[in-house]
Design a protein around this ligand. Structure first.
Ligand SMILES: C[S@@+](CC[C@H](N)C(=O)[O-])C[C@H]1O[C@@H](n2cnc3c(N)ncnc32)[C@H](O)[C@@H]1O
Length: 247
């Protein structure tokens, strides 16, 4: 099954591909708000749920949103049209690493997509090149909420050194010249909501389409993901969304 299509189905009921509730998305965007005419860039945007909500906060703003996943971008275009935001959102189907920086964005977002930009340090470096000198970065990144267990590492296919704790993550941001002016740490309810939505949407789709050639694989992928989460990284992997300014 095409992994982009699988991901799009899995996010049917949770278009934000990260463990955050809408109320916290809005709180983060308010803290990142600098001016109504903001130029916004969303790198690894998925269905552009962040970019669309950012436009709702910036009534005269414009957003560019970049992703490789055509299925996700199609959903972004539909959502933008439904919300009357299509004329203020430009979607770019391309590798975020090759999006040419102009150094003049007010807000650069990269939530849950830092792997695409070479990890947290790479994201700060690249996203920073897009932001103007007074611009804000909004970056969502994983960290170890608890010391990683062998089960969690196996479930995620990671080594302990692939993430740090929260304090070390903030230190890394400051060493790169960015300091948090706000942050939100996802709680267990947000993780549960996200993961049940992911596995549940895929399971529901498979059960609704029993004759589809991808149904059996979708069901198997949902079950495997659920096992890795419940027996592996639940309450071990953390997620923080940082609002950062240059220091
Ligand atoms: C976990 S999702 C996060 C999506 C979105 N930021 C959100 O919070 O809803 C990661 C996204 O990164 C995208 N991605 C991965 N590698 C990429 C790359 N090199 N360039 C652009 N997007 C990429 C994936 O297609 C996926 O949509």
């Amino acid at each position: 099954m095409d992994r982009h299509r699988l991901s799009a189905i899995a996010h049917t009921h949770h278009p934000i591909a990260a463990p955050l509730l809408g109320v916290n998305v809005n709180r983060l965007l308010r803290r990142a708000d600098r001016q109504p005419t903001a130029r916004i860039l969303d790198l690894g945007c998925g269905e552009a749920a962040w970019a669309l909500q950012a436009l709702a906060h910036h009534p005269d703003g414009h957003a560019d949103a970049v992703d490789l996943n055509r299925h996700a971008l199609e959903r972004a275009a539909t959502a933008a049209a439904e919300r009357g935001l299509a004329d203020r959102l430009t979607l770019h189907e391309r590798d975020a690493r090759s999006y040419v920086p102009d150094g003049d964005y007010d807000l650069v977002l990269c939530v849950g997509s830092t792997h695409a930009l070479g990890g947290f340090a790479g994201t700060l470096e690249l996203a920073g090149r897009h932001a103007h000198p007074d611009g804000v970065l909004l970056i969502g990144e994983c960290f170890w909420e608890a010391p990683p267990t062998p089960e969690a590492l196996a479930a995620l296919g990671l080594r302990p050194e692939d993430h740090t704790g929260l304090a070390d993550l903030v230190d890394a941001a400051e060493q790169a010249g960015w300091t948090p002016v706000y942050a939100h740490v996802s709680d267990t309810a947000e993780w549960d909501n996200y993961e049940w939505s992911w596995t549940g949407s895929l399971t529901g789709w498979a059960l609704d389409n029993p004759g589809h050639p991808d149904a059996a694989e979708a069901l198997a992928q949902a079950r495997e993901h659920r096992e890795r989460w419940l027996r592996g990284y639940r309450k071990v992997l953390g997620f923080v969304t940082l609002v950062l300014r240059r220091c």
